[in-house]
Design a protein around this ligand. Structure first.
Ligand code: GRG
Ligand code: 1GP
Ligand code: MG
Length: 242
């Protein structure tokens, strides 16, 4: 019996997930290099997904990762096509910061029975877009407005409403390539109200940012590694320091 990934999420703070965007990762040599460095760095998870990636691109990445590494593979889907039984878990996102029914429930209805029949851990996730200083791909694709960073009670109330609906995980995302990552004050306020595990991503590009957010369960790094894989060496130093 393998442990559920959600239990692993809860077990520790300061875990690191590397976000792989399938659209930008269609080269097995690139993936080999990424995996080698990620394993050396002691990365905890690969998150795989993109706001516009297609299923063929996703399947290529899943097949390659499954052949090359034991690091758990967590789907972070931009739409209902980005699902596969070959992953270890699926973040079942509802975009609670927005008011677009398509991303609250519409996408989910498309393949709910298929997902239920899969041998795949499904993690109900309250997904909140937080204003990261520039328009993100998710805001654009979903046609929703992110929550302002200074509206802390709106953010905590949104997340807690998700908890009351049965979500098991809270994901605060400043958006891919954010110029301003999620403020640690938001995390602190949320942790006063809930013990649900928290994931933070969007615009994390320095060790200092990761350190300032180390009380969250998982920190997601995407763009920075697309530009500089050697940032994984700094992450390794951070992880071995602890
Ligand atoms: C029902 C299922 C299986 C999924 C639900 C689909 C929903 C509601 C998704 C939430 C909204 C959304 C579009 C999330 C995308 C999250 C994601 C994979 C972000 C990664 O960053 P990119 O958006 O690829 O950024 P760049 O394109 O800038 O690299
Ligand atoms: O690419 P970055 O800016 O690291 O963002 C990661 C992720 O949380 C976006 O959904
Ligand atoms: Mg992307």
């Amino acid at each position: 019996m393998t442990t559920k990934l959600l239990d692993q999420f809860k077990a520790k703070t300061g875990q690191i997930a590397v976000l792989i965007d399938p659209e930008k990762s269609q080269d097995v040599e690139y993936l080999r290099d990424l995996i080698k460095k990620a394993e050396f760095a002691g990365i905890d998870y690969f998150f795989v997904g993109g706001s516009t990636a297609n299923k063929t691109q996703l399947d290529f990445v899943i097949r390659s990762l499954k052949a090359l590494t034991l690091i758990p593979l967590v789907l972070f889907p931009g739409n209902y096509h980005q699902v596969s039984e070959d992953a270890d878990a699926l973040l079942y996102l509802s975009l609670l910061s927005g008011r677009n029914p398509e991303y609250l429930i519409g996408q989910h209805i498309q393949n709910a029975s298929d997902i239920k029949a899969m041998n795949l851990e499904v993690i109900p996730t309250a997904y909140l877009l937080i204003d990261g200083g520039k328009q993100s791909a998710v805001a654009y694709v979903s046609q929703t407005t992110p929550l302002p960073q200074d509206q802390i009670s709106l953010i905590t109330n949104t997340a807690i409403a998700g908890e009351l609906q049965g979500k098991q995980l809270i994901y605060l995302d400043a958006g891919s390539g954010a110029t301003e990552s999620v403020d640690p004050k938001i995390v602190k306020a949320l942790q006063e109200k809930t013990t649900l595990p928290i994931v933070v991503g969007g615009g994390l590009r320095s060790i200092e940012q990761l350190e300032n957010l180390k009380t969250v369960n998982i920190l997601v790094v995407g763009n920075k590694l697309e530009e500089d894989l050697d940032f994984l060496l700094d992450i390794r130093n951070l992880k071995t320091r602890k």
